[in-house]
Design a protein around this ligand. Structure first.
Ligand code: GDG
Length: 797
């Protein structure tokens, strides 16, 4: 969970709301933050979404490789986050994975249709192998994929080269993989999930061969801006190929925006930048950010294991015999990872701060990668030279500033090094996400250590508590290392705790969950169309309710329990509604929560029904009989919000009819009453003020019905809040006996509609907005809400 508290601790807490301490106890510094969605919950969700349709995953790298060692064949599971996350899912679903058969005994182990059941000890899904000749590996993989697309997407334009023959091979191999996926579908409409830049054109090929498939692609590397992307001679074919998908996932919004921009400029088709939709051939393609992550719990568990503890002791003796501080870098030997910049910064560090000589050792783990490619071989040579240079310059008879490890470490050995490091450095020149940053955080079960993170790694967007650097500014980089090495234990812990709380709520399983929730939503939009009128389907609703012992009713306030008012303070609650809420509260089988963008105090004042659960500021602050918390990543922003509020009020003085609302953890700007002629000026000024206070990217702007808001920039919304509340109130297995019901009316409620898809009943109050809705049902007016609440009091008596 986001907050490291159990329900019991909350009940036991005697501290009043509003004055209480953070939800973290000092005596539990090494406690593991409670996790978000569990692997089991994800498997249930994906199963629901697939609804008996087959799932086919397509990637270049295979999850299991067979190789001949002497006279026997051994199977090895390939290491990597994606395989660890998808392997159990595919096992449970009995799905299929299509990949290049790269092992030297792969061909000997397949059936007549090139498939083999894996894993070997419990064969439960099919690995379908696609064969590539050595020449094809050279042209397709080392050539077009790794010497054209890879450098292009990482903005390394001077390394990009293009050969027609390689492109032709790329196309041919993409077709081979698309055909293999079609064969595995065996005529059934299924979900096909492509991974990465090796397969840009396969989606449209698949779409032609099997038009009724749901095609999804996750692009693991950055997407460049148009000025760079346009250098690709086959740019149109690449874009058209990808637009064979229904859903395209990238790590962060910036890459999605770049992609949408490239599509608009090259293909001249309608692009909705705000919602991330492209319309092509009467289909829509959704482009959305899904930041990939790691299995935080598993990494934490490994890091805590007795074996890693023992290894840590040995590593300490080996690498820090005189109690040296330790720095750590872990990455494939790839020029995009910024290792040379890091080495320059290290050289400066030892020059600017001589006190680190013999007292600080940097361990650089760099297994070789793609060394057949000249740019990689040259880079790896240059890196070795730079390391030798620093070691010669500052090394002594008993100490080397940089320990260079050129072979891959086992996951276990890495875990020990992550724990050993005082500072981990990720200084990528460009990096889609960077999993090492997340692995380091997950492994720091002691809540110590500092992460220095390049602003050019996708991960930096999620980790404001790391020390964020521009690696090209080598001098500041060196000073930042000094800052990390002298950071107090208390500050390290504060930062690491926040990073870990975020990470444990946003794991690889949350990644799969958001992707498949999006698949569900897109499929639903295609299949179900408009939401049904709730009051015409009360019998179905009653039947659904009767299947569960508990109903958890979530109601938004403005536009749901109370009609939208021109001024926020005029939105009063009707006594009748108050009476129904009270009755429902008193029913043993219903629990009621009111969730709103308003501040918690304001919301409680307006509703005035005791013993309900209240969630204010879109779920950042919660108060109820069984839960009582302020989101810890937001709490420290009180002061900043107050400053923004004061500045906003001052800046809005000239604009008549604009109301600035202080929500403590947010600032809302209502312009419903303003003259429409001045609204664009108001919006401009709003963004100017926000920018002024957002140097550290701690804030974000959101829009609603004639309202603009400044909110904490954390991955939290009504959807996450609702799922969190369900778990807190009813326990991890809530799905077995709770039916959630959600009534909402605006764009912020769509997050909850999506989160509860397949898990509960969602109701939009008011007209369907032009962008559509994820809600299954609809009520026309707030008066229908009153009628429905009355019905519910009787249905649940
Ligand atoms: C691409 C994108 C994106 C490294 N050395 C060893 C080792 N590793 C493991 C790390 C980590 C993985 O390799 C590297 O993942 P990254 O995310 O850091 O980078 P890429 O390989 O470039 O991955 C990237 C990723 O796809 C996922 O979408 O984040 O931006 O470029 O797991 O731990 N593992 C072991 N020994 C090593 O020596 N065992």
């Amino acid at each position: 969970m986001f907050w490291s508290v159990s329900i019991q601790e909350v009940i036991d807490s005697s501290v009043e709301y509003g004055t209480k301490k953070r939800g973290i106890m000092d005596d539990s510094s090494t406690r593991r933050p409670a996790p978000g969605i569990s692997p089991r919950e994800v498997r249930i969700l994906v199963k629901d979404v697939l609804d008996e349709r087959p799932l086919i995953v397509v990637s270049n790298r295979e999850p299991y490789e067979h190789s001949r060692e002497k006279d026997r064949i051994v199977t090895k599971k390939t290491v990597g986050g994606l395989v660890s996350a998808l392997d159990p899912l595919l096992q449970e679903l009995h799905a299929t994975w299509v990949a290049w058969g790269s092992g030297n005994a792969d061909a000997e182990t397949v059936d007549e249709h090139d498939g083999v059941m894996v894993p070997p000890d419990d064969p439960s899904y099919r690995l379908r192998r696609v064969w590539l000749s050595d020449e094809e590996v050279r042209l397709f993989y080392e050539g077009h994929a790794n010497q054209t697309l890879w450098p292009l997407c990482h903005l390394e334009t001077e390394k990009v080269r293009y050969f027609r023959q390689e492109w032709d091979s790329y196309q041919a191999i993409n077709r081979r993989f698309a055909e293999a996926a079609v064969q595995e579908l065996k005529g059934r409409p299924g979900v096909v999930w492509f991974h990465d830049y090796q397969f840009a054109t396969a989606p449209s090929m698949l779409r032609h061969l099997q038009p009724d498939s749901f095609i999804l692609q996750f692009w693991h590397i950055p997407w460049p801006p148009w000025e760079i992307f346009r250098q690709h001679p086959q740019r149109r074919a690449i874009l058209e190929g990808m637009l064979g998908c229904d859903l395209i996932g990238m790590h962060i919004d910036l890459y999605c925006e770049n992609f949408l921009d490239c599509v608009r400029r090259e293909l001249n088709v309608p692009v909705d930048f705000e919602r991330g939709f492209i319309v092509i051939d009467d289909r829509t393609v959704r482009v959305r950010a899904f930041p990939i992550s790691v299995d935080a719990e598993q990494l934490d568990e490994l890091a805590r294991s007795a074996a890693v503890e023992r290894s840590l002791e040995k590593d300490r003796i080996k690498y820090a015999p005189a109690g040296q501080k330790i720095g750590l870098g872990v990455e494939r030997g790839d020029y995009t990872k910024g290792i040379l910049l890091r080495l320059k910064a290290l050289e400066q560090l030892f020059s600017l701060y001589p006190e680190y000589r013999e007292r600080f050792t940097f361990i650089q783990v760099t297994p070789q990668s793609r060394e057949q490619i000249p740019a990689y071989a040259a880079f790896q040579r240059e890196m070795s030279r730079a390391i030798q240079h620093i070691n010669a310059l500052y090394g002594t008879a008993s100490w080397q500033p940089i320990v260079h490890i050129r072979t891959a470490k086992s996951t276990f050995e890495l875990s020990s090094l992550f724990r050993l490091a005082d500072v981990a450095v990720v200084s990528a020149r460009q990096d889609g996400m960077n999993l090492v940053a997340k692995e380091f955080i997950a492994s720091r079960c002691d809540e110590r250590g500092t992460l220095i993170l390049s602003e050019f790694a996708g991960a930096s967007e999620e980790m404001p508590q790391a020390l964020i650097i521009n690696p090209y500014d080598v001098e500041t980089f060196a000073h930042t290392m000094h800052r990390a090495l002298t950071m107090s234990d208390a500050e390290q812990t504060r930062r690491m705790r926040q990073l870990r709380h975020y990470l444990f709520q946003n794991t690889i399983f949350d990644w799969i969950e958001t992707i498949f929730s999006e698949v569900a939503e897109l499929k639903h939009q295609g299949e179900a169309g408009e939401p049904l009128m709730l009051l015409d389907h009360l019998e179905d609703i009653k039947e659904a309710m009767d299947r569960f012992p508990h109903v958890e009713l979530f109601c938004d306030y403005d536009g749901v329990l109370s009609p939208i008012a021109s001024r926020p303070w005029d939105a009063h609650l009707d006594d009748q509604v108050r009476e129904y809420l009270t009755k429902l509260r008193d029913s043993a089988s219903v629990h009621v929560s009111v969730i709103s963008g308003r501040s918690l105090d304001d919301l409680m004042d307006l509703v005035k029904v005791e013993r309900l659960t209240y969630a204010g500021n879109h779920g950042l602050e919660i108060s109820g009989p069984r839960v009582e918390r302020i989101h810890e990543d937001a709490e420290h922003l009180h002061q900043l919000m107050q400053t923004v509020y004061d500045a906003m009020r001052e800046a809005m003085r000239p604009f008549a009819g604009v109301i600035v609302e202080d929500k403590q953890l947010g600032v809302a700007l209502h312009y419903r009453l303003a003259d429409p002629q001045i609204v664009s000026d108001v919006i401009n000024v709003f963004y100017r003020v926000l920018e002024q206070f957002n140097g550290e990217n701690l804030l974000r702007a959101t829009t609603g019905k004639s309202v603009l808001e400044v909110r904490p920039n954390i991955a939290w919304d009504k959807g996450r809040a609702v799922l969190w509340l369900l778990r807190m109130i009813h326990g991890a297995n809530w799905r077995e006996d709770v039916l959630p019901f959600y009534l909402g009316d605006d764009v912020t409620d769509e997050d909850a509609f999506r989160a509860l898809r397949h898990k509960g009943i969602t109701v939009l109050v008011g007209p369907v907005p032009p962008r559509g809705t994820a809600a299954q049902y609809r009520l026309e007016h707030t008066s229908d809400v009153t009628a429905f609440l009355e019905w519910m009091t009787q249905a649940r008596e």
